[in-house]
Design a protein around this ligand. Structure first.
Ligand code: NAP
Length: 283
């Protein structure tokens, strides 16, 4: 059986190439898609992520409004900032970089984002709509995982997908998206017992744990498809790539797998939102 390295850079390029055309078309109608990013505090990784997202916008002609608030910012001030962006018709997407400093009520801040501008799927309404299978923008990493699966024509229907992780932005929504595509889904977490035995049953493994090299080679069934959403210090995924490569039929590398597609999904959702603001049906 031929082994496939699931090339996130390739999938991301395909998405951004079509987005460039859509951005040009929107601009000819007088609209420049705009993503507002909000960073609170000085966490260096968060600063890098926000910078990467802003630069990716600008590369394809999306405007990027970067708001950087000091780490002492109170919840009230952050809510006011979000409200202003909600009311501004020139802003199509709002991204609040997670995590915010611990004194801020992050959930309240996420919930304040207008559902029409929730391009990163962080509101409970966005999550609910994703789970129901209609409407809005799923979180970008789950959307990226589904996009990679679609690009490589990986069969989901009837397959057993095992997701390791249940965070509101990753494990839970990707479980819902796989379920909506008729996978039989097992969602694992830190209280799961016999994790290796469960992973061994998986046709599709999604790693979303936040622990470097956590998924071991001998946990993986021969022929399984492995999607590694993990991104840990030193560009290391949640999957022990070398060890899992052996049994996998297809696997995402880190870096160059889920990460680049996540950013392109954020751009796509922003362009979708700009088109919707003009009542143009999105692709
Ligand atoms: P998170 O909020 O920390 O969630 C981690 C999940 O893993 C939790 O549900 C936790 O279970 C579970 N877990 C922890 N230890 C476990 C264990 N020993 N066995 C089984 N499950 C365990 O992390 P996240 O935000 O979802 O991110 C996960 C990974 O994806 C990180 O590496 C992050 O950097 C990466 N990520 C990548 C992108 C991208 O663009 N590629 C975007 C977002 C995140 P409990 O719920 O029981 O605590």
């Amino acid at each position: 059986m031929e082994k496939v390295i699931l090339d996130g850079k390739l999938v991301a390029k395909k998405i951004t190439d079509t987005l460039k055309e859509r951005v040009t078309s929107l601009k000819s109608k007088g609209i420049t898609p705009c993503l507002a990013t909000i960073l609170v505090g000085d966490d260096p990784s968060s600063e890098t992520y926000v910078k990467m997202k802003g630069n990716a916008c600008e590369r394809i002609g999306i405007q990027s409004l970067r708001i950087h608030l000091p780490k002492e910012t109170e919840t009230k001030k952050l809510l006011e900032t979000i409200e202003k962006l909600n009311l501004d018709p020139s802003i199509h997407g709002i991204l609040l970089q997670h995590p915010v400093p611990s004194h801020i009520d992050e959930r309240k801040a996420f919930e304040a984002i207008d559902i029409k501008k929730d391009v990163d799927g962080v509101t409970s309404t966005g999550y609910g709509q994703t789970a129901f299978g209609f409407g809005t923008y799923p979180s970008c990493t789950p959307a990226a995982i589904m996009e990679i699966i679609k690009h490589y024509n990986i069969h989901i229907d009837g397959k057993h997908a095992v997701v390791i992780g249940r965070s509101p932005i990753l494990g839970k929504p990707v479980s819902a998206l796989l379920l909506n595509e008729n996978a039989t889904v097992t969602t694992c977490h830190s209280h799961t017992t016999n994790l290796p035995e469960i992973v061994k049953q998986a046709d599709i493994v999604v790693a979303a744990v936040g622990k470097p090299n956590f998924i071991q080679g001998d946990w993986v069934k021969k022929g399984a498809v492995i999607l590694d959403a993990g991104y840990n210090k030193g560009n290391i995924g949640d999957v022990d790539y070398e060890a899992c490569y052996e049994n996998a039929s297809a696997i995402t590398p880190v870096p160059g797998g889920v990460g680049p597609v996540t950013i392109s999904m954020l751009l796509k959702h922003t362009v979708d939102a700009a088109e919707k603001s003009m009542n143009i049906p999105s692709l």
